[in-house]
Ligand binder design. Structure first.
Ligand code: COA
Length: 269
């Protein structure tokens, strides 16, 4: 984790907008931005959950407010972005992290099931970025989308998320090209297995599954929400001023493939 003494002024005076921030990775990113001095506006579709998250962060002395907003609803997003700008000024940092997922074979999902995940992940990311443009700081901004390994690696029972996240990667790259001349940087973070998240609790529900998962990862461990928060913090800061159009894996090397050595009957250590 980045040093707390380094953090307080890194994003001082900046405004951040975080979508999908009522829990998990995105909530931790919102916390990191606020700990680094940013004023942070958070949204998620559940009124109760977003109110609780904002209250929790404010209770820790952080400047955070939020409102309920589903990223599939472009008109409501405009209201949220406008409220953010009115409360905190032009937006410098945008994190698009709202996602929906479930494990199901292709034949076990309806067209609406497929569409639901594409709408949340892909259309939602488009809506957040497309909608935020007019509220951004004219001097420049950092936009980050949370993508996933499914974007580049096909995965069983994940046809909806694979298709959606592949699209998210292209949204990131297209906007990095179109908006670079305005000094708007657009990047993606692709988290590997991150502990203490809803996704990993479902994917590895017992100790045996956890150990098997860790054994396949080159760094032999799951990441933490702070690992993603720190990467997002770096991308939001001037330290990443020349980084745009990048998809950054924060995954312990998972993207490289199975590092267990099992395929060769070896222990991999
Ligand atoms: N297998 C197959 N189809 C499923 C499914 C599953 N496990 N879960 C949902 N669906 C289908 C529904 O049946 C519905 O299709 P239908 O209308 O043809 O019956 C469609 O997906 C939409 O489901 P619904 O629950 O109405 O949508 P929603 O917008 O309320 O929620 C999710 C969608 C993805 C968010 C929901 O499945 C969910 O809550 N997932 C767990 C939380 C989560 O995704 N967290 C993020 C982790 S990255």
């Amino acid at each position: 984790m980045l040093s707390q003494t380094f953090l307080p002024d890194l994003l001082k005076g900046k405004t951040a907008f975080v979508a999908g921030a009522s829990s998990g990775i995105n909530l931790q990113c919102a916390r990191r931005y606020a700990e680094a001095g940013a004023r942070v506006f958070i949204i998620s579709r559940s009124e109760d959950k977003i109110a609780a998250a904002a209250q929790q962060l404010r209770g820790d002395g952080l400047d955070v407010t939020g409102m309920a907003c589903d990223v599939r609803d472009a008109a409501r997003l405009k209201e949220a972005l406008s409220a953010c700008r009115d409360a905190y000024g032009p937006i410098d940092i945008v994190l698009s992290g709202a996602a929906g997922n479930f494990i199901a074979p292709a034949l076990g999902m309806s067209a609406n099931a497929f569409k639901t995940v594409v709408d949340i992940d892909l259309l939602g990311t488009f809506n957040v970025f497309h909608g935020c443009y007019e509220y951004l700081n004219e001097g420049g901004a950092s936009l980050v989308a949370i993508t996933a390994g499914q974007a580049v690696r096909p995965m069983m029972y994940q046809i909806h998320a694979c298709a959606a996240k592949a699209g998210v990667n292209q949204v990131i790259k297209c906007l990095a090209m179109e908006w670079g001349p305005k000094n708007i940087r657009v990047n993606g973070i692709s988290p590997g297995p991150i502990g203490d998240t809803e996704g990993m609790i479902r994917l590895a529900p017992n100790e045996q599954a956890v150990e098997a998962s860790k054994k396949r990862i080159p760094l032999r461990d799951w990441g933490t929400k702070d690992d993603i928060g720190d990467a997002c913090l770096w991308l939001a800061s001037d330290a990443a001023r020349y980084v745009s159009g990048a998809i950054i894996n924060v995954d312990g090397g998972s993207e490289l493939g199975d590092a267990s050595g099992d395929a060769f009957g070896m222990k991999g250590d």
